[in-house]
Design a protein around this ligand. Structure first.
Ligand code: DQA
Length: 147
């Protein structure tokens, strides 16, 4: 694998981080998370393409595009985790290592959040660590891709 690039995907409503239900999601903005991910990836010799969309098809197109020039994917699919077979299929289709991140512990919340279609195809699932979950994801992928 020659590409030293990670795709960071954030799904619907995550553009509102910082003001959206801060008691659940905290006060860190998406821009701050993207910056932190870029910095920790850079320390490991990776660059990052960050994509956020509220549209399922845009997220799928970004996942497909990663096949050409990315080595791994970090994805918080937001509510699409619980509904989207299409995003899970896209992740399977591109055959890249995938880390699924949730800011909140979805297993401690409403029952409809307990199941994620993406978890069934992800290599690693991190839930409940807040923004640090994205850092853990970078660390995992950087280690895996460098070994
Ligand atoms: C989330 C959890 C989802 O259930 C929710 O729909 C989100 C955010 C999280 O990061 O904790 O939008 O993925």
């Amino acid at each position: 694998m020659t590409e030293r690039r990670l795709l960071l995907v954030n799904g619907p409503n995550l553009n509102l981080l910082g003001t959206r239900e801060p008691e659940i999601y905290g006060s860190t903005t998406l821009a701050e998370i993207e910056q932190q991910v870029a910095e920790s990836a850079a320390e490991q010799g990776f660059d990052v393409r960050a994509v956020q969309s509220n549209h399922e098809g845009v997220l799928i197109d970004a996942i497909h595009a990663a096949r050409a020039d990315c080595a791994g994917i970090i994805i918080n699919p937001g509510a699409y985790s619980h509904t989207s077979v299409a995003i899970a299929d896209a992740l399977t289709g591109v055959e890249l290592p995938v880390v699924e991140v949730h800011l909140s512990n979805i297993h401690r919340r409403e029952t409809f959040r307990h199941h994620s279609y993406v978890s069934a195809v992800a290599d690693v699932v991190i839930a409940g660590a807040g923004p640090s979950g994205y850092q853990f994801a970078v660390r995992h992928l950087a280690g895996r891709l460098s070994s």
